[in-house]
Design a protein around this ligand. Structure first.
Ligand SMILES: [Zn+2]
Ligand SMILES: [Zn+2]
Length: 309
């Protein structure tokens, strides 16, 4: 995750990473997740009037970006006219082929349209704010951190402070983000990765040891294995490797047979307690072998330096 860094002077900003696109925003802004693998859409709203909106389009060839932005500005202009608001819009060409645009009606917006020369993805990203907000400065700061792809074989995922990754051929299958519990599940051909995070760790650990907690929370009704104590991200934790129980294996094998896939019987897991953020983390990977579990744990970041609960 070393190449995903917040702006130099904003160590406590949060990473938003979704379907391979990532950027940093102030800690108290809220990400609104939409799971669409074909067209990434990201919206992040501030407690005030700022909103970040981002959309990507897949493309195979070099595209002319001017029609994309002209059409978009026309729609905004028509909306403003209907509401009898004044509208001004401006598009400027940047030397690297990127287009920068500004528009102003009852709100102010600054954004960019760019096509990545490596993955050819087209990205439209903008920051909107109220008339008295320093929109241009905020937008430039956020958009400077924007990355539209990773080239190390891993897709970063980050939402509500839960930072993890998936190998690039896995897809996001489901997610749940509530204040006390966050989870993301990735899957590929019968193999799956689940990253869980629980808040209020001290409360959870009042009645049991950390080991007992992971035994309770792990999926031990379907697999059998043993927990090995380990230090994970500098914290007390456990690693485990497990096999699905024979009956569960049989069920899994039959299900996969009908899907023409090889069943995945092995489970690698890790769980740890991050006192810095008062959270419990658990990562489980059901697989057929040959996985880089250490790398996954390395990329599941529980705390940033300078970040507290
Ligand atoms: Zn790219
Ligand atoms: Zn930690």
């Amino acid at each position: 995750m070393n190449n995903l860094l917040p702006p130099a002077e904003e160590r406590d900003w949060s990473l938003v990473a979704w379907h391979g696109v990532s950027f940093w925003v102030p800690n108290d802004w809220t990400f609104i997740p939409v799971n669409d693998p074909n067209e990434t859409r990201i919206q992040v709203i501030s407690p005030g009037q700022f909103t970040v909106q981002l959309r990507t389009q897949k493309s195979k060839a070099k595209a002319d970006l001017h029609p994309v932005i002209d059409k978009y500005l026309k729609v905004i202009e028509n909306q403003a006219k209907k509401k009898r608001q004044t509208f001004t819009g401006r598009v400027s060409d940047k030397p690297d082929g990127e287009l920068e645009y500004n528009w102003r009606s009852d709100v102010k917006t600054h954004g960019v349209v760019r096509q990545c020369p490596t993955c050819m993805k087209i990205v439209i990203a903008e920051v909107t704010g109220g008339k008295n907000d320093a929109v241009l400065a905020m937008s430039k700061k956020i958009l400077a951190t924007l990355k539209d792809h990773q080239d190390d074989g891993w897709i970063p995922w980050a939402a509500f402070g839960l930072v993890t990754a998936s190998p690039e051929n896995y897809r996001l299958e489901k997610f749940q983000f509530t204040s006390g519990y966050l989870t993301m599940r990735f899957a590929k051909n019968g193999q799956s990765i689940v990253t869980d995070r629980w808040g209020l760790a001290y409360l959870a650990l009042e009645e049991c040891t950390l080991e007992q907690w992971f035994i309770r929370s792990g999926k031990w009704d379907s697999s059998e294995g043993t927990l090995e104590p380990a230090t994970i991200h500098g914290h007390e934790g456990f690693y485990w490797t497990a096999q699905l129980k024979p009956l569960v294996k049989l069920r899994e094998a039959i299900t996969m047979l009908f899907k023409w896939k090889w069943p995945a019987f092995k489970v690698s897991g890790a769980g740890w307690h991050c006192p810095d953020t008062n959270r419990l983390f658990m990562v489980t990977w059901q697989h057929r072998g040959k996985i880089d579990f250490d790398e996954l744990i390395e990329r599941t970041v529980c705390h940033n330096s300078g970040q507290s609960a």
